[in-house]
Write a protein that binds this ligand. Sequence first.
Ligand code: CA
Length: 653
Amino acid sequence: MKKRTVCSLFLSGCLMLGCFSGCVKDAPVSKAVTSESLYVRQIPDLPEDFILGMDASSVPSLEAGGVKYYDFDGNEKDVFGILAENGINYIRVRVWVDPFDASGHGYGGGNCNIDTAVAIGKRATQYGMKLLVDFHYSDFWADPGKQMVPKAWAGMQIEEKAAALGTYTTESLQKLRDAGVDVGMVQLGNETNGMLCGETIWMNIYKLMDAGSKAVRQVFPQALIAVHFTNPESKDAMLTYAKKLDYYQLDYDVFASSYYPYWHGTLENLSQVLSQVAQTYGKKVMVAETSYAFTPEDTDFFGNTIGEGSTFTKNYPFTVQGQANSVADVVETIANTENGIGVFYWEGTWISAGGSSWEENSAKWEQFGSGWASSYAASYDPKDAGKYYGGSAVDNQAFFDSTGKALESLKVFSLLRTGNPLPLVPDAIEDAKLICDLNGEIQLPETVNAIMNDNSRQALPVSWDPIDEAAMRSGGPQTYQVAGTAGDMPAACYVSMAAYNFLKNYSFEDGDDGAWTAQALRPMDQLYIEEKASDSLTGDFHYHFWSAAADSVEFTLEQTVENLPAGTYKYSISIMGGDAGDTDIYAYVKINGEITAKAPMVITSYGSWDTAVIQNISCTASDTVTVGVYVKCSGAGNGAWGKIDDAMLNSMG
Ligand code: CA
C-alpha cells in the first residue's frame, strides 16, 4: 500500500469554515446504510475526510420542470439529503459566466451560472456537505474540444481578460460566502487540456489561472484550489500540464483528472500519472469526474454517451452492481495513490426530465435548460450544441432511475467504508464473440463468462438457441446475435460471418509485423499501432495518429498485397477521431503504383467510425495491388487525432 497522510490543515480548515458558514442545520443523523443486494468490498483505512463527491449541477433545472427525487423506500425527499445520507460529503457544481442568449433563453446543461451555484451550495451546506465550485470560465461547456471565451470577455487582450476573470471570480465567490455556503474547493477551469477561455498558449493560460487563484485565496483563504485536466491515458500530456504550471509557479493545491473507465485507460495508469504529479510537485490529487452506466437503456428519449449498441469494452456490466463496482475501484485507486484526497462522481442526479415522450421532454429541456443543450445555445456554440442539442446523455449513469427513485448502487459511497461482503452470485453474462469464415463451421462456445457481483469472472455452461448454419453461411458477411441461457441469465454470442480477407494483420492485432507501411508527410507527434481495446473497432489494437500543432497531420498508411489472384475485389477500411478541423481523408487503391480509386472518409467524434468501401477493383495476376488510406487534417484546438482499424480486401467473385 502506498502512503497517504491526512492533512491536518485541511481538517482544521473544515472546522473553521463550518463555524464561519453559520452552522450545519440539517446534517443527517448518521444511520447505518445497509444493503441486502449490493456487494461492496471494503476499502480499508479510508480517511474520514476522504472526498466522496457528487456533481449535481442539473438538479435545479430538473426540479423546475417537475422532477422529484425519492429515497429507497419511495419517500419524496430533498435529493441533497438523500446524497448526504448515503455518504456523499461534497457537492460539485459547474459555473458558466452567462449561459443565456440575448433574449434570456438558457443554453441548457442546467443553465448553471453563479446563482445556480449559490442555490445548490446552500442546500449542500444545509446537509453538511462542502461545495466544489467548478468555474468553466466560459458561457457554456468547456472540455478538451472547446474552451470558448465568455461573450463579455470576447476580444479582450490577455491582461484585460485576466483582470475580468479575477473580478468575476472574486464577485462570484463573494456571493457564495454571503449566502453562507461552505466552499471547500474551487476549480480554475474545466478539463483545460492546453486551452482556457479561448487562450491556447501556456503563459496566457497561467495568467488567467493566476488571476482566479488570487481571487480564491482572497475570498476563501481556507479553500483548496484545484486545476482540472483529462485524458490521463495520455500520460505525457498530463505530466506536461503539471510541469507547465510548475514552471509558471501557479499557486494551487490539487491536481485533478477526469476518469471515465470506458475512455481513459487503466486505473493503474491513472494512479501512476497522479502519483508522479503528487511526488514531483507535492500536490494533492483527485478524480474530478467519473461515472458508469447502471443500464444500457436510454430513459429520456435522447441518446446516451455509453449504453445500448455501444462498442465499448465493458470492464463492468451495465448494471446497478457494475456501476457500484466501477465507483469502488476508482475510489480505492485514489485512496491508495500518494496524496489522493477524493473522487467526484459526475452528474449522478441528471435523470430524465420526466416526460413520457421526446416532445414532452424537449419542451422541458428548452424551457428549463435541463438537457445538455437547448436550441438557444446555437447563438454561442453553433458547431456543437447548435447542431446536436437535446436531453441528458448520462441518464443511464445516474444513481436514480428515470422516476427519481434512488438506486441501490448509491449505497456504495457509504458501504465502501465498512464493506458489504455478500455471497458471490452472477450479476450478468459477458457477451461472447466469434468470427467464422463463410466456408467454415460455426462452433458456438460451450461456456460463457459470468460477471460476478464482485466483478470477477466465472465460466458458466451455456445453452444456445438453435441456429440455421446453412442460412448464415449463404447470407454473406454479416453479424448475427445468437441468444442463449447461462445459469438463469440471458447470454448472447455475436457471430461475425466473414469473407476471406486478403490483407495481412487487417485489424493490427499482430502488432507491427511489417505488413503495413505508414509514411508521415509532415512531422507528426504520434503515428503507430496502439493497444487499446476501447479505441479499437474490433480486437485490442488499431492504428493511432495524433499531432499537437495545427496543420501537422498528413500521412498515408498502406499495404501491398502479394500474389493477389486475378479477379474483382472490394476494399474497406474504417476511421474515427476528433478535433480534425478541415480534412482531406480517403481510402485508395493503387494498381502498379497508380491510384485507380478513392473513397472519401470523415472524422466526426469519438466512437463514430466511418467506413469507406471501394468496390469492383479488377486486377490481373501480374498487377501489384496496394490499398491504403490518406489522412490530412488542419486540426482544431489541440490538433487532430484518430484511429484506423479493420481493413478488408474481399473477393467479389
Ligand atoms: Ca439520454
